[in-house]
Write a protein of this length. Structure first.
Ligand SMILES: NC(=O)c1ccc[n+]([C@@H]2O[C@H](COP(=O)([O-])OP(=O)(O)OC[C@H]3O[C@@H](n4cnc5c(N)ncnc54)[C@H](O)[C@@H]3O)[C@@H](O)[C@H]2O)c1
Length: 334
């Protein structure tokens, strides 16, 4: 086996990004697609030259594939993951692993019992700048963590699609996972604050404060109110303050921008950038790593499913805190 045979479930916006990224992964071959929206599946199959469109979850899982990639909406990961694992497939599933801790457990147990990979798309662990900061922290040159602050703001026009899930679970999950990865510490207590300026289903504005077992503080911010005319699609930043130094990641001001007659444009050059219509960046790195794990017969170590569940635990506690307007203690961890 020199190419992993993959079936992709969920051909929406990010499913399309996955298909683009796999094109640039020599060890991947997308053999089949399934989406409950048959027209969307047909459109993606035509665009990416995928030989088979399946009409059901059962049909795609019954194919002789090595792996299934689940890119369905946040609340709909459980059923395809369990079906894929039951059919003996390795699984890549987009973040968050689930919006429910009991569902996380069911997926982790099923994959563990079947001896199959369950890799969760915590993409920042594969983004060059965030991963370099991890190395610097691990080297000890920044000293012991004191404070972390993360910003992850998005266009208001994306709310109709992603407002289906609370922004802390949908978006801050990335920075929560980073903070857990960078510190290697448990979170003891959280306080969340949600605001809703647009009448979104959950909230369009979220701030969360995390208190770590060693005393460090973390702040995550995600706001979905950026105007389209800003030309900014990714207003992301992270600051790690240690007692011996500071590490900064910043996507804006950007290293690449275009000043044009219709305004300022800052293209993504971190997560899913394209050069000559070929994917580069973190998503390609992440999916290539998954394929390497499958080919080599090893479990993913850069991100484990247990770690992904911890981030879900913290995100859910933050949402509960924003609803109760009180601190939430985390008494359980794994
Ligand atoms: N890592 C990242 O940076 C990143 C970015 C965007 C999205 N995501 C994640 O990717 C996942 C998908 O997001 P998206 O932006 O593609 O959403 P989307 O709404 O654009 O696409 C979801 C697709 O899944 C299909 N679908 C829904 N229920 C299904 C089911 N039961 N079986 C099969 N197909 C089904 C829909 O028809 C749709 O085509 C989410 O978990 C999201 O959080 C991650």
């Amino acid at each position: 086996m020199d190419r992993v045979q993959i079936g992709l479930i969920g051909c929406g916006l990010f499913g399309e990004s996955h298909l683009q990224a796999y094109r640039a992964v020599r060890t991947a071959e997308i053999a089949a697609l399934y989406d409950t929206d048959e027209r969307r599946a047909a459109q993606m199959a035509a665009e990416f030259g995928i030989p088979r469109i399946c009409r059901s979850l059962e049909e795609i899982c019954a194919l002789p594939l090595d792996a299934i990639d689940v890119v369905t909406p946040e609340e709909l990961h459980l059923e395809p993951v369990l079906a894929a694992v039951a059919a003996g497939k390795h699984v890549f599933v987009e973040k968050p692993l689930s919006t429910d801790l009991a569902q996380c457990d069911r997926m982790i147990q099923a994959a563990g019992a079947a001896g199959r990979c369950l890799m969760v798309g915590q993409i920042l662990r594969f983004e060059t700048k965030y991963a370099m900061l991890k190395d610097e922290i691990a080297s000890g040159r920044l000293g012991r963590v004191v404070s972390m602050h993360a910003r992850r703001n998005r266009l208001k026009t994306l709310l109709p699609r992603y407002g289906r899930t609370h922004p802390c679970i949908e978006n801050s999950i990335h920075d929560i996972d980073l903070m857990l990865w960078y510190t290697g510490q448990r979170v003891q207590r959280v306080r969340g604050y949600s605001r809703n300026a647009t009448g979104a289903k959950h909230a369009d504005t979220f701030w969360g404060i995390l208190e770590f077992e060693g005393g460090a503080l973390g702040v995550v911010e995600t706001i979905w109110l950026l105007p389209q005319a800003s030309g900014i699609i990714l207003d992301d930043a992270f600051q790690f303050v240690g007692d011996a130094g500071v590490g900064n990641v910043q996507l804006v001001p950007a290293a690449l921008s275009y000043w044009q007659e219709d305004g300022n444009h800052v293209p993504d050059n971190s997560y899913d950038p394209r050069v000559a219509n070929s994917a580069r960046g973190a998503l390609r790195e992440e999916l290539a790593y998954f394929c390497d794990c499958v080919l080599d017969g090893r479990m993913p170590q850069v991100i484990t499913a247990i770690e992904a569940k911890r981030a879900v635990r913290v995100a859910l506690a933050l949402v509960r805190s924003s609803q109760s307007e009180q601190d939430v203690e985390l008494t359980e961890w794994d």
